[in-house]
Write a protein that binds this ligand. Structure first.
Ligand code: C2E
Ligand code: CA
Ligand code: CA
Length: 509
């Protein structure tokens, strides 16, 4: 197989195989859960066992009793027939008086209440017993010696309709300590699993079911779940593969860009809003592609960082920035160019060694370069980063915390690391003059910065109102479109020249 295709599809394929195997392993669990849900949905058995009146009410025949004359007259037979028709839970009704017997079939009464098996649940003057075909037989005894007998619809029908054969399911009804088996199977020959559903009024139902029964009952839902899961998995893997494809394409384009030195620093001035002096600049990457396209960093930095290509890009940038600074004339003493360095790169002493070497190669004072570390990605080796930073500080290279307040380190970075400057993120500057809750965070950052004696630079400042507000709060160092956008070195050189000549950068735009 082509190597790049394998690289692109390896991860989605592994995910697919693992998820597929996982889905296979949890099939039994899904089936059990489905069966239990199905049982819970179906087992809302209407039998209310609070007292005997409630039992008759829940069968839908409580109105029958006041109508009966207990003589098995044609009137009684007709009442029995009507009650039978009206009730969805009753299959057959019969009345036995001391003198007569009758049922919905007329004067015939095929069931003798006395012959009903003695295993029954007793609630006051009512007894509930199992009957053939998974039915219940409910007998109410009256004080006048009469009894009313009702045969329920089959419980298996109520619970499982025709989803599985009867021999797969056994149902036991329990009331307090009394149990009756509604439908039975030979548990000796088949392996059963037990499911239980508690019902109101101390009533519960236990279902013993064979593997085949579970399969039959859950078949449709299981098929649906498996199909949806497989579909989602395939879509996910395809998207992952295609995304990898995109990332791999960008990755190889970045490699190409590195080879052709297409990554160029742009410079954005940082200006003291009180004195009008330019105190430094931030270098911001732009990708000048051979076709003339200029790509902003947000389109490639993440991928370059993920593939560690950012190390080479930073090296390229340092090479160009040091050469550019070396060519600048008439800089004031404090002027510096800061470069953005990802936390990982700062964990390596080689980075510091190369940086110091470049500065000395171009004969530039070390303080002309500063490092910005972002809060947005964490350090993996904090101690190493700390010692690299200390080495840089000892060599006059200052460290600034970028995007302060937005990311991982929070202000704990400031306690642990030798940082002397906070760069306040545009996110907070944008809240100036608005009711956004983050406006309070801006004020808190400024108060903190002052207390901790940190230099503060406001980033992303776009209006003079914002400059004014920040000045009132004691933040004078401004980086933003209000003064200048990031620009190529040629323009930046001109910007500095104009600043120096006019002795004020505030209107160099
Ligand atoms: P950042 O370090 O926070 O850089 C500031 C960003 O704010 C820059 O976006 C800058 O152009 C923009 N900006 C400055 N003032 C204004 C303003 O007034 N209005 C608006 N709307 N934007 C303003 P840019 O150049 O697109 O860079 C985006 C991010 O890419 C940077 O955010 C930084 O995290 C990263 N980046 C840029 N260059 C490098 C680099 O050389 N190395 C690394 N590792 N990351 C870099
Ligand atoms: Ca920055
Ligand atoms: Ca920033």
């Amino acid at each position: 197989m082509n190597k790049s295709i394998w690289l692109r599809w390896r991860q989605p394929l592994i995910i697919f195989v693992l998820c597929f195997a996982g889905l296979g392993l949890i099939q039994n669990f899904i089936k059990s859960t489905l069966f239990q849900i199905d049982l819970s949905n179906r087992a809302n058995i209407p039998l209310d066992t609070t007292d005997s009146a409630a039992v008759l009410r829940s069968l839908g025949i409580s109105n029958l009793i006041p109508q009966l004359t207990f003589t098995c007259s044609p009137h009684d037979i007709s009442e029995l027939r009507m009650a039978d028709q009206d009730s969805t839970h009753v299959h057959y009704l019969q009345l036995k008086t001391p003198k007569n017997e009758c049922s919905v079939y007329g004067y015939v009464a095929p069931i003798d209440p006395a012959s009903i098996i003695n295993k029954s649940i007793k609630i006051n003057d009512i007894s509930i017993s199992p009957y053939t075909n998974n039915r219940l037989i409910i007998v109410k005894h009256f004080s006048n010696g009469a009894s009313l007998l009702a045969v329920s619809e089959p419980f298996t029908k109520l619970l499982y309709h025709s989803k599985t054969k009867r021999e797969n399911i056994a149902i036991t009804l329990t009331y307090k300590n009394q149990h009756i088996t509604i439908s039975n199977v030979n548990k000796k020959t088949t392996k059963h699993r037990l499911f239980k559903k508690d019902l109101p009024h101390n009533f519960s139902i236990e279902v013993f079911v064979t593997e085949q029964g579970i399969n039959d009952v859950t078949k449709k839902d299981l098929y649906l779940i498996n199909s949806v899961s497989m579909f989602a998995l395939i879509v996910l893997c395809l998207l992952l593969g295609l995304n990898n494809n995109h990332q791999n394409t960008v990755k190889s384009m970045i490699d190409n860009g590195i080879r052709n030195k297409e990554f160029i620093p742009y410079y954005q001035p940082i200006i003291n809003s009180v004195s009008g002096e330019i105190i430094g600049c931030e270098t911001l990457l732009r990708w000048h592609k051979s076709n003339g396209e200029i790509i902003p960093p947000n389109a490639f930095i993440d991928i370059a960082e993920k593939n560690k290509q950012i190390y080479e890009i930073t090296d390229l940038l340092i090479e160009q920035v040091t050469a550019d600074i070396a060519s600048l004339k008439d800089l004031n003493d404090q002027f510096y160019a800061s470069i953005n360095v990802p936390p990982h790169q700062l964990e390596n002493q080689t980075f510091a060694t190369k940086l110091l070497q470049k500065l000395s190669e171009h004969d530039i004072s070390n303080h002309r370069l500063a490092i910005e570390i972002t809060e947005r990605t964490p350090f993996t080796d904090f101690e190493s980063a700390k010692s690299v930073m200390q080495r840089l500080i000892d060599n006059d290279i200052s460290i600034k915390l970028d995007d302060a307040g937005t990311g991982f380190g929070g202000f704990s970075y400031l306690q642990e690391l030798p940082i002397n400057t906070l760069k306040i993120d545009k996110m907070f500057i944008d809240t100036i003059g608005t009711c956004d809750v983050k406006a309070n965070i801006l004020n808190a950052i400024i108060t903190f910065g002052k207390k901790a004696n940190l230099i503060m630079i406001a980033e992303g400042v776009e209006s003079l109102d914002q400059v004014e507000y920040l000045r009132e709060q004691g933040v004078f160092l401004i980086q933003g479109f209000v003064y200048a956008k990031p620009m190529p070195f040629k323009d930046f050189k001109q910007f500095i020249k104009t600043c120096v000549e006019s002795d004020n950068c505030l209107d160099c735009k």
